[in-house]
Design a protein around this ligand. Structure first.
Ligand code: 6PG
Length: 238
């Protein structure tokens, strides 16, 4: 089916006529990048976003025949809730991605019980040092307000979250619009990824993306596009 391809310096736009077609194409791209990473360094590091958009992609990816036992999966961000919560991104990944062939992957969550989100982020920061950075693949989502990861426009310390030279891996986020405190990978870790995909669906998200890349007040997604050393691959379907 027809695919619309628009490019700009900061992103490559890949539009699909349907969400199934998008999921198949993006899953193929992810599998290709992970397989190449495994061939090159014996392992692959994948970070995925949560929310509602990725479930179909995760289901398709979970049946993709790659060496999942050599893949480490972590999260781009997480709500400060246990995996048993319906709000948990770890729960979403467990139910949709870590199934079928992908069950063999190693999952590294972000949420741990802690007395504060700051303590949780500090322990994550220490624990995730041991992962084989940089990310080979990162899959971002985007909210209608132009947030991605947990870089919410109303987040306290947004400049810290968006510092491209930060040596932090995981940062705590307080943002009234986020619902609950969040844990997020830093911008620095995200833009270091070998393949950066932004997965958005629906007309509202396309309008929000177009607004974010147009001249005007900078939204967090625009900061990611501008900071990335290579074009972000945007996958969109109506
Ligand atoms: O924890 C989260 O919510 C995500 O990581 C977040 O960044 C998400 O990608 C956007 O909010 C879009 O969410 P939807 O897919 O639900 O629109």
């Amino acid at each position: 089916m027809a695919r619309e391809q628009l490019n700009s310096a900061a992103y490559d736009w890949h539009a699909f006529s349907g969400r199934e077609e998008l999921a198949a194409a993006l899953a193929d791209q992810i599998a290709d990048k992970l397989t190449k990473a495994i061939a090159k360094r014996g392992t692959a590091l994948l970070a995925v976003s949560g929310g509602t958009t990725p479930a179909r992609l995760f289901a398709v990816l979970s049946t993709t025949p790659i060496a999942w036992d050599k893949v480490i999966v972590t999260l781009v961000d997480e709500r400060f809730v246990p995996a048993s919560s319906p709000r948990s991104n770890a729960g979403l990944v467990a139910a949709n991605l870590l199934q079928n062939a992908a069950k063999a992957a190693r999952f590294v969550p972000l949420y741990h019980e802690a007395t504060s989100i700051e303590d949780a982020a500090a322990s994550d920061n220490a624990a995730l040092q041991a992962l084989p950075w940089p990310l080979d693949v990162v899959i971002l989502g985007m909210g209608g307000d132009g947030h991605t990861a947990s870089f919410f426009p109303d987040a306290d310390d947004l400049p810290v979250l968006l510092d491209p030279s930060s040596d932090r891996i995981v940062l705590p986020v307080h943002a009234a619009s986020a619902g609950e405190p969040r844990l997020t990978l830093s911008l620095a870790r995200i833009i270091d990824a070998g393949f950066i995909a932004l997965h958005i669906e629906g007309e509202d998200k396309r309008t929000a993306f177009d607004g974010a890349v147009a001249p005007g007040p900078r939204k967090p997604i625009r900061t990611v596009l501008d900071a990335a050393p290579r074009p972000v691959e945007v996958f969109w379907a109506p």
